[in-house]
Design a protein around this ligand. Structure first.
Ligand code: ADP
Ligand code: MG
Length: 236
């Protein structure tokens, strides 16, 4: 479908915001979050979204993840305009092209680490054998080879978050969106999980947009952007 890897094809951003507007209606007038924001994220790029609480990081990630629609402008995913797409088509694009990691792991408590990574692949139509193999490889890459049968409650916070990362990339998305993925971890564990996340993104050629408060972690990404006065600005 999207033409990011066809030989000789023009490169296409994994994610492209063109003059995106988003506002929330409030009793005392509109709350303007984005007022014409532009952003391009290319395949293989790891981009930090660094901004204070309330600046609109989660809103931006919801727009990128097609969970909200812009009030103006266009959001392109793999070169496809999405603003006017039907809900079903947006859902399909989200499932096939994107992975999400949140601050809290949202793993299924009754299922093992392995099963949590197998399930999205079964939903996608893989055989149990194929899905289990891939889940085992991913979890091993993330340093969880010895934790496959454990349920989330039997794992540490850092381990839970690594399973959540494996689940997010289980179906081979082109775009990883993460909303403060290490925000709930102590600094040492956050650093460790982040290092593994970075290695995984680099090994897989994914594009990633990661909201974080942590400037040390942000410094290790390819690029940093922020939200200022409703626009997305490069931080260098
Ligand atoms: P961040 O993730 O950077 O902390 P958010 O994107 O969650 O910021 O929120 C940006 C601003 O928009 C905040 O002031 C928040 O209260 C407001 N906001 C977020 N979602 C809604 C909503 N559904 N309705 C009204 N206001 C919202
Ligand atoms: Mg947020």
């Amino acid at each position: 479908m999207s033409a990011t890897s066809e030989p000789g094809a023009q490169p296409v951003p994994a994610l492209f915001f063109a003059r995106v507007e988003r506002r929330y209606r409030q009793a005392e007038g509109n709350l303007e979050i984005l007022r014409g924001a532009d952003l391009a994220i290319w395949p293989g790029e790891l981009v930090a979204l660094v901004a204070p609480s309330g600046a609109g990081k989660s809103t931006l990630l919801h727009l990128a993840g097609l969970l909200e629609r812009p009030d103006g402008g266009e959001v392109y995913v793999g070169g496809q305009p999405t603003a006017a797409m039907a809900d079903g088509e947006r859902t399909r694009l989200r499932r096939e092209e994107m992975g999400f990691v949140y601050q809290f792991h949202h793993l299924l408590p009754e299922f093992s680490a392995l099963e949590n990574v197998v399930l999205p692949q079964l939903i996608r139509g893989l055989s149990r054998k194929e899905a289990s193999e891939r889940a085992g490889e991913l979890l091993s890459f993330l340093g969880l080879k010895d934790r496959l049968p454990h349920r989330p409650a039997e794992l540490s916070g850092g381990e839970q978050q690594r399973v959540a990362i494996a689940r997010a990339v289980a179906n081979g998305p082109r775009l990883l969106l993460a909303d403060e993925p290490t925000g709930n971890l102590d600094p040492h564990t956050a650093d460790h999980v982040f290092g593994i996340l970075t290695a995984l993104v680099r090994a897989s050629g994914l594009a990633a947009l990661i909201a974080t408060h942590n400037l040390d972690l942000a410094a290790r990404m390819d690029r940093r952007v922020t939200i200022r006065d409703g626009l997305i600005e490069q931080l260098g």
